[in-house]
Write a new protein. Sequence first.
Length: 191
Amino acid sequence: MSSAFQNRLVGTIILVALAVIFLPDLLDGEKVSHKDTFLPVPPRPAQEPVSETESFPIDEVRERVSRTVEVVEDVALDDPVESVASDEPVDAHAPPVAQAESAPVSEPETVTAGWVVQLGSFRHQKNVKELTDKLEAAGYRTFSRKIKTSAGELTKVFVGPDLQRDKLDKALPHLKELTSLQGKITKFRAE
């Protein structure tokens, strides 16, 4: 190749490269620049000192829990029985005694399922206390459990537990009339 041709070729390549680089900027018109705005992290809120918790009302719990319990003395079935021997002769021609067929003894089934009515979840203990008092005055067994959620600590109020779901199904309309809350029947979990 001749050097004049090489010079023209190199010059053309440089001009094309410059056109590719600068022409889009010239033909773009108004440039809109997008600036990402970063918000500063808000300062950490001041921590409030932890207030002392109220003491647990032991006397109230004792009143509710105090029940008379009947103690039944355990008698072991495997204790040896004293036999009394007599000198009287045994009649060898006595009619045979019918043997009772012993059915296999099955252990009583332990019931692991129970049912409760969940009436609601409350943030304030005053509301929980009012609701449980109202339900207990109407003759229902109630209990409550504290749960932690993303919204804070809540207290769920339950009626029950009962082994028969039908009883709770029949009690739902009366509970709704009494509390104005729509109850939901759920499985009981002992915790």
